[in-house]
Write a protein that binds this ligand. Structure first.
Ligand SMILES: [Zn+2]
Length: 649
């Protein structure tokens, strides 16, 4: 997370001064006044009622990618966009879709000391204990009782039928496997039980197979998102013992892998023996978390259907007067089960935004840049829909000035945003124009600044649909929303009842989200000059250098980042002049403005070692240990920044 640059704060302080309507970044005085008028018409159009209607359609049936219910939702969203006045089509593509064929977990307590407390009785020589792998339904939420919820699984798992001693491996991170090895626990040929949460789940399984495991079982420990955090569903928002997190593992998995509930994990843990682990090793289940192998053995069966299926993106366009440029609002529509939060929330925000924008367009408003709504399929299986969209729409590279992502963005009441630096001031300024539903006379900006962390905008991470835009094209991205405790992540409990009861009673914040996405999109689409603030990229660039230098100092290595520093200094000087011009609605032409920001975004943003870092290629080169690689990566980044500077001159 980064602090807003001082420049942006100073600008916002100016913007906040009344009573004269403040200027809007990127607009001339005349077009700014027109924009205010249209925003005033827009702001009351998104509604809680509209949001709830979409949530009803989304939460009606499980709609895993490539199913009939998924297709039905593609049609529902297309119908809405058409009704709102968008030029709409469904773009089909094909992809590998995994579904479970046979899944089984059996426990062989094998006559060792073992005290079952869960309603079965072990005797020497009894058959293995087979587990019920379903998520038990919750009688208070009938949606969870439906058979179509299906068995939890991990897409991308290898097929396999293995029986092996069980080892609890905490979070499945390299240091956890090191702890086990130090304790003399042999991981080769074992099945490992891993708590979700240390890194992307596929990485955990890769770590396990690298350590020699032949099977992996994943679960959520109540210490992380369940009873140890607070009341569980249906009494509270945290994950109940019976709930299981599904999820994709990505490519490269060679061992069978299956997610189970904490309740089943507890039974497995109780069958393990060994000394206790170091501090932090144990979770919150009423069970031992030993450093040991067995004596219990597990029989794990995973057989999947690996099919090529048709998936569907829904795409609607509101044509601008300069249609070669566009603002894309995207969200994924597919879900593991009902997905009313993941990703109903993002879909709802964008559909309600579209409803408002469509109404404006039918009553006289015409955006300068085209507004494109893209509701993606197959995100849960590895960002498939957005990747297909970016691949089949290469015009976006030259024309898309911003990608606004609606992620799982309504799980509580704490407002947050992530964005590339160039968009950060525009996002913050837009919150001034959105009312806070909790306080009649105040706005979202006030609510945000009153939160403990104040106005902070995070750097974009990975794992969502903006990757295709930001990491591939360099398109600036932003994502906004409200977060809170969200236990049912990727489970059958992510339902309408859950969202209505815990995330957003009354759906008022769903409306706020739509209002904010709408204001941000309108400004980006209508501005005379694209509303980037180039100076706002400097904190990211400088922190990227500082970070790699600090690491080198710790490691006693010397690296030469002078070329980057020189390039950034020249860029900073050019950015000042450009920012002043853009603020008044002037500045370089759109093509050069966009090219400049893309040059920087492509080298500045990315992920290394599970973490969002500035200059990811430099970080990776540094990690390789080769000074020549660092020199090359620094030169590449410096050259990109120099090209950006040239565009701004
Ligand atoms: Zn998800």
């Amino acid at each position: 997370m980064m602090r807003l640059p001082a420049l942006a704060l100073a600008m916002l302080a100016l913007l906040a001064l009344g009573p004269v309507a403040p200027a809007i970044l990127g607009f001339t005085a005349a077009s700014g006044a027109r924009e205010r008028f249209e925003e005033g018409r827009f702001i009351d159009l998104p509604s809680a009622h509209g949001a709830l209607e979409h949530a009803g359609a989304i939460g009606a049936r499980p709609h895993y990618a490539g199913t009939r219910a998924d297709r039905a939702l593609a049609v529902y969203t297309a119908d809405r966009l058409r009704e709102y006045g968008f030029d709409t089509r469904i773009e089909a593509f094909t992809a590998r879709v995994d579904t479970p064929r046979k899944l089984a977990v059996e426990l062989f307590a094998d006559g060792r000391p073992f005290t079952p407390r869960d309603g079965f009785h072990k005797q020497r020589g009894t058959p293995p204990l087979g587990f019920d792998l379903r998520e038990d339904g919750e009688p208070n939420d009938p949606d969870t009782l439906v058979d179509a919820v299906g068995l939890p699984f991990n897409a991308g798992s290898a097929d396999g039928d293995v029986t092996a001693p069980l080892v609890y491996a905490r979070r499945g991170m390299p240091e956890d496997f090191a702890t086990l090895r130090r304790a003399g626990v042999d991981l080769r040929g074992a099945i490992v039980l891993i708590r979700y949460g240390g890194a992307f789940r596929g990485q955990l399984v890769q770590n396990a197979q690298a350590a020699g495991a032949i099977g992996a079982i994943l679960y959520n420990d109540p210490a992380d998102d369940g009873a140890a955090r607070g009341a569980t569903y249906p009494s509270g928002p945290w994950r109940p013992l019976k709930s299981t997190q599904r999820g994709s593992l990505g490519a490269g998995i060679r061992i069978p892998t299956l997610p189970i509930s904490a309740e089943n994990a507890r039974t497995l843990l109780r069958a393990l023996r060994g000394p206790s682990g170091p501090a932090g090793w144990a979770g919150a289940l009423d069970a031992p978390y030993p450093l040991g192998r067995g004596p219990a053995a597990v029989h794990l069966v995973v057989r999947m259907n690996h099919e090529t299926r048709t998936l569907w993106n829904t795409v609607g366009t509101l044509r601008g007067t300069e249609p070669s440029q566009s603002v894309v609002l995207g969200a994924h529509r597919d879900a593991w089960v009902y997905g009313v939060s993941d990703n109903g929330a993002g879909t709802i925000a964008i559909l309600e935004t579209a409803r408002g924008l469509g109404y404006l367009a039918r009553s006289g408003w015409r955006p300068r840049r085209s507004l494109v709504i893209a509701l993606f399929d197959g995100e849960e299986l590895g960002l498939l829909g957005s990747a297909s969209f970016a691949r089949t729409h290469p015009e976006l590279q030259q024309g898309c000035v911003a990608y606004l992502n609606g992620g799982q963005n309504l799980t509580g009441t704490t407002f947050g945003a992530s964005a590339v630096g160039a968009l950060t001031p525009a996002i913050v300024a837009a919150t001034l124009a959105v009312p806070d539903p909790a306080h009649e006379r105040s706005n979202l900006y006030d609510r945000w600044s009153a939160q403990p962390r104040g106005i902070t905008v995070g750097n974009p991470g990975d794992g969502s649909d903006h990757e295709a835009f930001l990491f591939r094209f360099g398109t600036p991205m932003a994502e906004m929303g409200f977060a809170g405790p969200f236990g049912p992540y990727h489970s059958s409990y992510d339902t309408l009842r859950y969202a209505w009861t815990f995330s957003d009673p009354g759906f008022v914040l769903h409306r706020t989200n739509a209002q904010l996405y709408g204001i941000v999109a309108m400004r980006l689409a209508d501005a005379d000059a694209i509303t980037y603030v180039f100076s706002a990229l400097l904190p990211v660039l400088n922190s990227g250098i500082a970070r790699v230098q600090a690491r080198a100092q710790r490691d006693g290595r010397t690296i030469d980042v002078a070329p980057l520093r020189t390039a950034i200094a020249a860029f900073a000087a050019a950015a000042r002049g450009t920012d002043d011009a853009i603020a008044r609605g002037a500045g370089p032409d759109a093509a050069r403005t966009l090219a400049a920001v893309q040059e920087i975004d492509r080298v500045a943003y990315g992920v290394h070692d599970y973490e969002s870092v500035a200059f990811p290629a430099v970080a990776a080169a540094y990690a390789s240990g080769e000074d020549a690689a660092v020199r090359d990566a620094v030169a590449v980044a410096a050259a990109a920044i120099a090209r950006a500077t040239a565009e701004l001159r």
